[in-house]
Structure formats: C-alpha cells, structure tokens
Design a protein around this ligand. Structure first.
Ligand SMILES: [Zn+2]
Length: 480
C-alpha cells in the first residue's frame, strides 16, 4: 500500500504584522501576521529547502523516481521549475520532473498523482500568495512550502502513514480566478462559493471515509484547508469531528499558503500522530478532495532520524514587503546590470551550481569548492571524488558589506566560509535582519536567487546565520 514515506516543510523567516497594512492603507490589514518570502526567495528556492528536509531522513534523494512541483506562483512559465529542485537535491538523472502549476487545486492534484506512482515520488507544494495593496488577499495570503516523499515503502524508507481512502468531487463555477498575466486574483461573492463548496466537501469526505471503511468519529486528526476561507471555516464547525481532532489552522500567524496549505497542516498532524491513528485531509478549491491515512509503527523511528530546529522569525515593515513584492520600485543601483547567466556554463557546472558539490582529493583529502581536477594542496591530477557540501554547516572566516555590488537589497553581505567537513567558499549572506554577522559566527547553506536578468533566475548557494543554536553547536542541533 502506498503512503507518505517522509516530509519536510519550509517557512521564510520574515513576518508582516497585518496591522501595519491598516496603518498605511485605511481599511486594509487585520490581526496577526503573515509569512513573507525574502527578496532572494521564490517558490523554487522554498521548494528546494523543503525537499532537502524531506529527503534527509531517508538518506537522500537516491530513491526518488519522479518530482512533482505545484505552485500558483511558479518562477518560470514554459520552462519546468521542478528541474532546478531535481538538480539541487541531487536526484537521480533517471528521475522525471514535472510542474503542475496555476491553480490552488494543483497542490492536492500533484499529491494524489504522486501517491499513485510505483516508485517513490517527491511532491513539492510551494507557494507565494499576494493581492492588491490593502486588499483581503494581500493580508490573508502567506508564503511557504511543504515537500512529501510518497509511494511504496522500502526497508530504508518505510510507509509512515498508508493511504486507506480517497475521494473527489468537481463542479465548474466561478469562485476565484486570475488572468495568467495578472498579479492579483478576483473572487465572486463569498456566500455563493460557500453554498456550493460546503455540501460538496462534506460529500467528498464521506466518500473518502466510506472507501476507507471508517466513520468520522474514528478520525484522530482532521485537516481542512483550501482557498475559500469562509467555506473552510464553515466546514471546520459543521463537519462534526471528534473533540480535539481538528488540526490547528496556522493562517493567523503565517497566512494561507495556497498549494502548500494542506500539506503544512498534514505535516503538523504527522508531527504528533501515534501509530494506528487515522488522519483525514480535506481540501476545498474548485471542488473538493479528501485523503484518509492510517499511521504506521514506522513514524516514531522516522522522527528520530529527522533533524529539527525552530526557525526564528524576523518582523518587516509594510514598505519592505511592497519593495520585495515589486509593488514599490526602488531606485536601481547605479551599477551595470549583472551578467546574463550563460546556459552552457550553467549546464556544465550544474553539479556545483545547483547541487553544491565540490571535490575531495583522493590523495590528501583536501576539499575544493568549486571542484577541481588538480589538487591545490598536493598537485595530484584527476584523483578527485565528488564531495556534496549542501548540508554542511560552517564558520565565517571573513565578512564584508559591499555597497557597490548589484543587489536587490543593498548592501550585499559577502563572506568567506569555512565548512565543517573541509573546504572554503566565498558566498553571499542572506536573511540578516539588518545586522552584519561577525567573524566566527556559525552559518548554514541555502539555495537562493542571486538576481534575475533577462528573465533568467540565477540561483546560487548562500549562507545564513544559524539562529536556533549557539555558535559551536554541531549540525544535528542546528538544522531546521
Ligand atoms: Zn591532494
């Protein structure tokens, strides 16, 4: 029986207090906060980090047969975004990579597609939700990602919860829509969608539970998510789940994360579920989908293999949010535009550029970043073994703020980092919250965007300060 084999989530560090929107634009905002992507993040970089966290407890991406990326805000159209995730997590060359983009319902669609595959699939649900300044979508939206490895279990990656039932209902009606070139979506009057979606979603959950042969009263964790917030709120009240079974809705603090919302809550349920318990997940968007899982004995062992760490949050101003969302336009730096990345070089160096893989000298053990043919230490030629360093933590050897370099958020902080397993790399620092780190500070590596030029997103690896652990702590404690 297929099921979920592993999972990982990622939320950006930045939070916008909704009352700051109301202070700037009368009638906007509301209570609580929403999550906001940093200036160098997009749904691909989110997806890479969530995917790395998902494959880490099962020993890497070696068993992945296909990758499915779903977003309403893909960095590219025409070009497949899942290929960058494929290369960044060093998935096998034989693994397929597909995008399922555009609609919020694509998220649960990608998950259902992945669950039917004969090989483990990596489903990456990643989104950034926006709206017109001062509007409801802007304040209620959120940014984040979840990645799930699903499919048949194996000895190294047993099924954590098996799929025991599923259901779907579809109806064509106008609820929420957006023209492909528009930034903000439009929606019909709330109550119309609620009248259609609530009975349709109730029927879908009943259908899924019947296919699993269980009653709603036997569901220990119930996730209800979707793009129609009024319908979701109504369903949470009316469905009649047993006391304490409803999985908390994180929207008040992070916002509605679109294609990622259901899986983020599913991950919350799996974080606390016990063997034998039943988890049901109901998604409402352009119809409804429901999945029913039973937790296996393997979940406890998987939790021990996972590295966890609480990411701290960084408050931002509304002006910063508008700048990062390109709703406000900053005076560009008085520097020439950065070079357009050359396709042949990027392809040739992709193991370095995307997977962050250097080389280790077989003779003397020196690590070279980027990889070299000739050892800088002992001079050995073509005696190198690939050395993946993406999961390594490191220490800042030297750091500087470059006020002249092209940056979307000047000044650019650049550091030379000594990685724990060997190797020294010069890279940009990110997620700094306005303070320049010091020499000796601990950092972790993240897949981010350097800049976008000529429509090409130039992805690179950057270092960010480890905030959840004190300097000198080892990587198990430091990783999020
Ligand atoms: Zn050597």
């Amino acid at each position: 029986m297929n099921g979920i084999l592993s999972y990982g989530t990622y939320l950006p560090l930045f939070r916008l207090d909704r009352k700051l929107i109301g202070e700037a634009i009368q009638g906007g905002g509301g209570k609580g906060t929403r999550s906001v992507a940093g200036h160098d993040e997009d749904t691909t970089t989110f997806g890479v980090t969530a995917a790395r966290r998902a494959v880490q407890p099962i020993g890497g991406a070696g068993s992945i047969g296909s990758i499915w990326f779903a977003s309403t805000e893909p960095p590219y159209a025409d070009k497949t975004n899942a290929t960058a995730i494929h290369d960044a997590i060093a998935a096998p060359d034989e693994a397929a990579a597909y995008d399922v983009n555009g609609a919020v319902r694509s998220g649960i669609g990608a998950l259902r597609a992945g669950l039917t595959q004969g090989q483990p699939s990596l489903v990456v649900l990643s989104d950034m939700r926006s709206g017109m300044p001062g509007g409801a979508d802007e304040s209620s939206g959120g940014d984040g990602a979840a990645a799930l490895v699903v499919g048949p279990g194996s000895e190294g990656a047993p099924v954590l919860c098996e799929l025991i039932g599923a259901g779907s209902q579809t109806a064509e009606f106008l609820d929420r829509w957006r023209e492909p070139r528009e930034a903000a979506s439009k929606s019909w009057e709330d109550r119309f969608g609620e009248q259609i979606l609530v009975p349709l979603a109730s029927a879908t959950l009943t259908q899924a539970l019947e296919s699993a042969g269980i009653e709603l009263g036997a569901v220990d964790h119930l996730v209800v998510a979707g793009s129609h917030e009024r319908a979701v709120r109504g369903l949470r009240k009316k469905l009649g789940a047993k006391v304490g079974a409803l999985v908390a809705d994180p929207s008040p603090s992070i916002g509605n994360t679109g294609t990622a919302q259901l899986a983020l809550q599913l991950a919350d349920a799996l974080d606390v579920a016990e063997p034998g318990q039943v988890i049901a997940a109901l998604h409402v968007a352009d119809g409804a989908d429901a999945l029913v899982f039973r937790v296996t004995d393997a979940l406890a062992g998987w939790r021990e293999r996972r590295t966890t760490g609480a990411d701290q949050t960084i408050p931002i101003t509304y002006a910063t949010y508008l700048l990062w969302r390109k709703e406000l336009h900053r005076e560009p730096p008085r520097r020439p535009d950065p070079d357009v990345p050359a396709a042949p070089a990027a392809y040739r160096d992709r193991r370095w550029k995307f997977a962050f893989r250097g080389s280790r000298c077989d003779v003397c053990g020196t690590v070279h970043l980027p990889p070299q043919r000739v050892c800088a230490s002992c001079g050995a030629v073509d005696q190198m073994t690939p050395e993946p360093v993406a999961d390594a933590t490191g220490t800042i050897f030297t750091v500087t703020a470059d006020h002249l370099a092209f940056s979307e958020a000047p000044p650019m902080a650049v550091a030379v980092v000594d990685l724990d397993g060997g190797g020294r790399v010069q890279c940009e620092l990110t997620d700094l919250a306005g303070t320049l780190p010091s020499i000796g500070d601990r950092v972790e590596m993240l897949f981010r965007r350097a800049y976008t030029v000529n429509g090409i997103h130039n992805y690179v690896w950057k270092a960010r300060p480890i905030r959840s652990a004190a300097p000198g702590d080892d990587r198990e404690e430091a990783h999020g």
